[in-house]
Design a protein. Structure first.
Length: 291
């Protein structure tokens, strides 16, 4: 029995096939172009591998309400070619197999919860910081949904007193993604993050914004662990800065055995950037078991 996994990102689509023991059988990446250009190649890949189910972790926002007429659609994405595209329908019609569907960052949260550092942790927040910022939430052992899904990259943050940078989000004037994503770093400093590794002022400011967001998630969701992933978090020097800034922001207010141990509360992703595709595999397995 083979389960397909699709990590549908804004830049590339990663397709993989796993056996029932989570052994990777085959993997291939496709550039994310328009649906007409991209989807046929993905369908052909999974058809050729004769998958029994498919899990999709998709960039969003997406409609996860199964009672909705647009369940399985990509909705108000800034990628206009994909706006209102029926992602689940395209694969269900072509493959005729059970489809698991969620956000890409929820997929990453699920991957870490199932296979990684979050295994056995019933309440966690996974934050991806890269081209965009998003969060996935495991609450009481299950992915958190509601009207749609968490959109934690767009929480409002108070700007640093010495930061005169204009938020790059087209929707908001002071949100986490618009102030601290990879493109925000590049626009603020004039270089990509990997070219700024030695500039302490870049990462102190970044750490301050990340710590503010983590405090907000901690106050609202009370997780037992915060996992950080995404391209920006390849800057390993950020982790001690973020922990120190979080302790200062918290100021002794939220006290429990998790927050009192910031080294084990705020941690790095543990699956070598495979958490997303592994989470998509788990979504597919769950869909197969739940049919």
């Amino acid at each position: 029995m083979y389960t397909g996994a699709l990590e549908a990102g804004g830049t590339k689509m990663v397709c993989a096939v796993f056996d029932e023991k989570a052994n990777l059988i085959k993997e291939k990446s496709f550039p994310t172009k328009t649906p007409d250009e991209t989807i046929p190649g993905l369908i052909e890949f999974f058809k050729d591998e004769k998958v029994d189910a498919l899990g999709i972790g998709c960039f969003g926002p997406i409609d996860l309400d199964k009672s909705s007429d647009t369940y399985g659609y990509i909705t108000s994405t800034p990628k206009t070619a994909w706006r209102n595209f029926n992602m689940v329908g395209a694969f269900k019609d072509a493959l005729g197999v059970p489809i698991g569907f969620d956000t890409d960052v929820n997929g990453s949260a699920l991957g870490e919860h199932t296979f990684g550092i979050g295994r056995g942790v019933d309440n966690l927040v996974y934050i991806t910081i890269g081209t965009g910022i998003g969060i996935g939430v495991i609450n009481d052992g299950k992915l958190l949904h509601g009207g749609m899904h968490p959109e934690g990259g767009h929480i409002m943050l108070t700007k640093h007193s010495k930061d005169d940078f204009e938020c790059i989000c087209p929707y908001h004037k002071s949100c986490f993604e618009g102030l601290a994503s990879g493109p925000a770093i590049e626009k603020r400093w004039g270089k990509k993050g990997q070219e700024l590794s030695g500039r302490d002022e870049v990462w102190q400011l970044e750490a301050d914004y990340i710590a503010k967001a983590i405090f907000n998630y901690t106050a609202v969701l009370s997780p037992q662990m915060i996992i950080l992933g995404g391209g920006v978090m390849h800057q390993k020097q950020l982790f001690p800065m973020i922990r120190e800034a979080f302790v200062k922001r918290n100021n002794g207010y939220i006290r429990n055995r998790y927050t009192d141990d910031p080294d084990n509360y705020i941690v790095c992703q543990s699956l070598d950037d495979k958490q997303g595709i592994l989470g998509a595999f788990r979504l597919g397995m769950d869909a197969l078991e739940g049919q």
